[in-house]
Design a protein around this ligand. Structure first.
Ligand code: RB5
Length: 144
């Protein structure tokens, strides 16, 4: 499975830790940056990862900023993207099972590294349940 990563300066350190964690667990990674604590603008990284997902460069995206809020708002502007900001494993499990989320958003100033790894692992191993949830996803996709 190929995962696209992106973060602003607030999220780059957690993004790098997640990258190492995923590589250790056999995932392929495309890292869209940023790669330093030099201030950058989170919309660019949210957009880059979102565009990479809709153009099938990878299977899922993981985006990180300080809170996870700004970068998820930016990613969700791209049609076909369902970015879910999660602060626990229940949210990341249900974001896949019910919402068919294709991007996980995390806040590096909100959660610690070990919880982030659990949230990521849960997200990547949970599956969309289809059925009644598919009808709702189709309705989201029709919104312009
Ligand atoms: C950057 O200072 C910060 O605003 C950003 O990382 C994020 O928290 C925005 O939602």
């Amino acid at each position: 499975m190929k995962i696209i990563l992106g973060a602003d300066h607030g999220g780059y350190s957690l993004k790098n830790a997640i990258k190492d964690h995923l590589i250790r667990n056999g995932y392929e990674i495309i890292d869209k940056g940023t790669n330093s604590s030099e201030p950058v603008d989170y919309p660019e990284y949210g957009h880059d990862v979102a565009n990479a997902i809709v153009s099938h460069e990878g299977d899922f995206g993981i985006i990180v900023c300080g809170t996870g809020i700004g970068i998820s708002i930016a990613a969700n502007k791209i049609k076909g993207i369902r970015a879910a900001l999660c602060i626990n494993t229940t949210m990341s499990k249900l974001s896949r099972e019910h919402n068919d989320a294709n991007i996980l958003a995390l806040g590096a100033r909100i959660i610690g590294e070990s919880l982030a790894f659990d949230i990521v692992d849960t997200f990547l191993t949970s599956e969309f349940q289809n059925g009644r949830h598919k009808i709702r996803i189709d309705k989201i996709e029709k919104i312009r």
